[in-house]
Design a binder for this molecule. Structure first.
Ligand code: HEC
Ligand code: HEC
Length: 269
């Protein structure tokens, strides 16, 4: 239980830092009108209230949801593997692509009514009669934050990205064959021999790197950072290794260029 508490504390800290970072003025935000003092005070108060609710929601999430959805919402809780054997995949609540499709209201609805009453698997339980409406609302606040949790990329990684030359796809292919196909498969579809084992045994799917919509939503910097730092750094599956020791920044950039090629997506700074 202590380690669970710790996991939630770490997660919430990371989320607050990410939120804080996203509140910093952006250099390209020139056209956005400045907030009045009263507005910004109101926003601050709202965000404090939301984060207190999310804090309570995070604790409730640990006791009610983490056994299936995982402490970070990665769909890898202790029960996920058994559920997988029944042919049902526990949803990854930190997956931006999935969660973009759900409004907060829909999240509340799924939690309250369960999967069976919302066109999903009935393995997702209904909580409406087990926990009160306030707790469900708190949990929903926490679930919404899981999606925006975006841990910082260390300065050193950014510097390495900026300092290395543009990637060459053909050179990336060479690295890919050596280091990535075991999980991601020869064509990058996420179906390599070790990848299939990860799916079977751990309910973890190596990403389909040819998925144009998903990869298209990632910047070159995002791809560089996740290959360099590994899935664990971004609270994705830890089975996606960190390559910082094995590969040079230039080699990682080649890989990014190769991933762009097989996903048919343009380079995106
Ligand atoms: C017994 C395992 C289990 C528990 C406990 C559980 N879930 Fe789920 N949940 C699932 C499964 C399995 C799905 C996927 C259902 C489907 O896609 O058919 C799911 C789906 C969801 C979805 C919908 C995602 C989508 O695909 O639209 C949300 C939101 C969700 N769960 C939130 C929660 C929250 C919050 C809790 C705790 C209050 C919780 N779940 C507890 C198994 C569980
Ligand atoms: C041991 C298995 C394994 C190996 C080897 C591996 N990956 Fe992965 N990779 C994964 C898994 C699992 C995921 C999914 C992580 C998640 O979404 O939680 C992933 C995800 C990714 C993603 C998507 C990250 C995102 O932002 O969602 C990229 C890009 C990627 N891998 C590139 C590579 C490259 C390039 C290599 C070789 C240098 C490689 N991987 C080697 C398992 C592996």
């Amino acid at each position: 239980m202590r380690s669970l508490r710790l996991a939630v504390a770490v997660l919430l800290t990371a989320i607050s830092l990410a939120l804080l970072a996203s509140c910093q003025p952006r250099p390209d935000a020139g056209s956005t009108p400045a907030l009045s003092h009263a507005d910004s005070l109101k926003l601050q108060q709202e965000s404090v209230a939301t984060s207190e609710a999310a804090m309570r929601g995070g604790r409730a999430f640990l006791s009610h949801c983490a056994m299936c959805h995982g402490t970070g919402g990665n769909g890898d809780g202790d029960a996920a593997q058994g559920i997988r054997k029944e042919g049902v995949t526990v949803a990854r609540l930190n997956d931006a692509e999935l969660m973009d499709r759900l409004t907060r209201k829909q999240i509340v609805e799924v939690i309250t009514k369960g999967g069976g009453h919302t066109n999903r698997s009935n393995i997702m339980p209904a909580w409406g009669e087990k926990v009160d409406a306030q707790t469900i609302s708190d949990i929903a606040d926490f679930v919404v934050l899981l999606r925006t949790a975006n841990p910082a990329v260390p300065r050193a990684t950014l510097a390495a990205y900026l300092q290395s030359p543009a990637g060459v796809p053909a050179d990336g292919r060479e690295m890919f064959v050596h280091h990535c196909v075991a999980c991601h498969g020869d064509a990058g579809k996420g179906d390599g021999p070790y990848g299939l084992r990860l799916i079977q045994e751990h309910n973890v799917h190596p990403r389909d790197l040819t998925d144009t919509a998903y990869i298209g939503g990632r910047s070159d910097k995002d791809l560089f950072a996740v290959i360099t730092l590994g899935g664990g750094h971004f609270r994705k599956a830890v089975y996606m290794p960190a390559w910082t020791v094995t590969l040079t920044p230039a080699q990682v950039k080649n890989l990014v260029a190769y991933v762009r090629e097989i996903s048919h997506t343009p380079s995106k700074p």
